[in-house]
Design a protein. Structure first.
Length: 93
């Protein structure tokens, strides 16, 4: 990955394109994007700016409030180690 630390993160839309079309951001997705704000070791805190996009309607203030105030859904791991994976790791290390 590219390491481009930033003091401020701008979230320019409250919706994103997903497998089921355009969907509202989840609280977890917003939290992950917000976690990019602030440069480790340089900034005490980062800043996140939540913008309303051109296509967003007047009801998006309520959507933003819901996204910000909802509980974060638990993370479900899809990691499934296999016998072959264990053999490859043992061979490399």
């Amino acid at each position: 990955g590219v390491n481009l630390p930033a003091r401020t993160t701008v979230v320019s839309a409250l919706r994103k394109r997903g497998d089921n079309g355009v969907e509202p951001l989840t609280t977890a997705a917003l939290l992950q994007m917000a976690g990019r704000a602030g440069r480790r070791g340089l900034d005490e805190a980062g800043t996140v700016v939540l913008m309303r996009g051109r296509r967003d309607g007047a009801g998006d203030a309520d959507l933003a409030r819901r996204i910000l105030l909802n509980d974060v859904a638990p993370i479900e791991s899809h990691f499934q180690p296999s016998y072959g994976m264990a053999c490859c790791l043992l061979r490399r290390h």
